[in-house]
Design a protein around this ligand. Structure first.
Ligand code: TRP
Length: 450
């Protein structure tokens, strides 16, 4: 293992870190998953529960993860090893790092396939192939895409190639440069879509659905879904924020940056809801279409609206931006690990890591096209990977990170690194008690043990 932690470089400024970390957090989870979970779990009340989860659980873990990363200055695996040694704890803590690197790999392998769909739809929208489609056609287009291995292979490969190219360029020239352009444009596009949504006849119906809480819809199940989603959406529990924290200059306030990133992530999820539901209601379509919401319902809705092709294209461009800025963060821990351990060049490490990921993605692709033939305990390859990562590995990683930061690290080390002043107590209560307990519940529930 390299003893010099400095060969990775640093963010050029505080804002560069905030933008890159927001890019990692803002992803398919915000624009694809959050709206359909909301649609299935009763709207407004889910929003409230979700926000409570972000504040009570997500934020303390984000601070913990960033803090561990900056203290360790290395890839999550080596960081956990070094910090465990510093705290005189067992080297087994590096398992948390391994878990993260592996989870990132697995998530990206399917993430890239779905990101590929967004590119395919961008292409369809811009090319005018979705003008005036009917409900059956819209459904057919989505089913055809999911069945077409060759088409998905092209988009999946293109997406991974772009991701690799960005990563090869490195921190400043690659990640910073791309996120600096894409994240602000994403906000602007989303704002434009929100304004557009405000002009549609279904606007108030959409807003009522989003923001009027109906607590009878809150079941223990939806509570846990909200917690899991907060976790996934903030991109926690798997070392991405840890590696981004490793590139963070010492003088930047972790507390303030984490608050900004959490607000940005939540704002984008809500803004996506504001863009989507009025359009859906304006066309008298159901809000609870599940995973097909943005790929089936939304194109249908746009196809019947004035300027629909324009705003539809904008929407899928935005999904693509959100996806690629997350993709680079998902695989960065693995790349940093390869560079540190084998002394690879950044180019070589990126090519290897992304190549393996591309290959794994073929499994997900096959599980969509293969008519779901290959199943294990009733789950396809895609569902299995999604379950193992989002429902098991991320919560487990999150518990380990919170416990390590809250209990194992010396208090004077974490306190100095976080520099939270009188808010330190809040962080301690979160990372010592609330987060580990709550996340343990998510985990037990996912495993069917509770
Ligand atoms: N936060 C991303 C999203 O909302 C998904 C994600 C989960 C992620 N873990 C991550 C992204 C780690 C980057 C790094 O879609």
């Amino acid at each position: 293992m390299s003893e010099s932690p400095q060969h990775h470089g640093q963010w050029s400024s505080r804002i560069a870190f905030i933008i890159a970390a927001s890019g990692s957090a803002i992803g398919l989870g915000n624009i694809w998953k959050f709206p359909y979970l909301l649609g299935e779990n009763g709207g407004g009340a889910f929003v409230l529960v979700y926000i409570a989860c972000v504040i009570g659980i997500g934020l303390p873990i984000m601070m913990a993860e960033t803090m561990i990363g900056r203290r360790g200055q290395r890839s999550p695996i080596h960081t956990m090893t070094v910090l465990a040694k510093e705290a005189k704890a067992t080297p087994l803590w590096q398992i948390a790092g391994w878990l993260g690197v592996l989870a990132g790999f697995l998530i990206l392998s399917y993430y890239s396939v779905i990101a590929g769909w967004s590119m395919a739809y961008l292409f369809k929208m811009v090319g005018g192939f979705m003008d005036q489609v009917g409900p059956e056609e819209a459904q057919q287009v989505f089913m055809d895409l999911k069945a077409a291995a060759d088409v998905q292979l092209v988009w999946h490969s293109l997406f991974m190639a772009l991701t690799t190219a960005i990563l090869m360029k490195g921190l400043t020239e690659g990640i910073e440069r791309v996120t600096r352009v894409m994240i602000p444009s994403l906000f602007l596009m989303l704002l434009a879509l929100d304004v557009y949504a405000a002009t549609t006849p279904g606007f108030w119906e959409g807003m009522t659905f989003l923001f009027k809480p109906d607590f009878s819809k809150i079941t223990p199940d939806s509570l846990l879904i909200a917690m899991g989603q907060a976790f996934f959406s903030l991109g926690l529990g798997m070392g991405s924020i840890m590696i981004y924290g490793a590139y963070l200059p010492k003088n930047v306030s972790i507390g303030r940056s984490s608050v900004i990133v959490s607000i940005a992530d939540t704002a984008v999820a809500l803004m996506a809801g504001i863009a989507i539901f009025p359009v859906v209601f304006s066309n008298h379509l159901p809000p609870s279409m599940g995973p097909g919401l943005i790929f089936e319902t939304l194109p249908l809705a746009f196809s019947h609206m004035p300027l629909g092709a324009l705003f539809g294209s904008l929407f899928f461009l935005l999904v693509f931006f959100a996806a690629i800025t997350s993709a680079i963060a998902l695989i960065e821990p693995a790349i940093a690990y390869l560079i540190e351990t084998f002394d690879y060049s950044r180019q070589k490490a990126s090519a290897i890591a992304c190549g393996v990921c591309w290959f794994l993605g073929l499994g997900t692709l096959g599980s969509f096209t293969g008519g779901n033939q290959w199943q294990w305990h009733g789950k396809t390859f895609f569902e299995l990977i999604d379950f193992v990562t989002a429902d098991v590995m991320l919560p487990l990683g999150g518990i380990l990170i919170a416990v390590f930061a809250g209990w194992v690290m010396k208090e004077k080390v974490s306190a100095a690194e976080l520099d939270l002043g009188r808010y330190l107590r809040y962080w301690q209560i979160g990372s010592r008690y609330i987060a580990p307990l709550a996340v343990t519940l998510i985990l037990l529930k996912a495993l069917g043990l509770f």
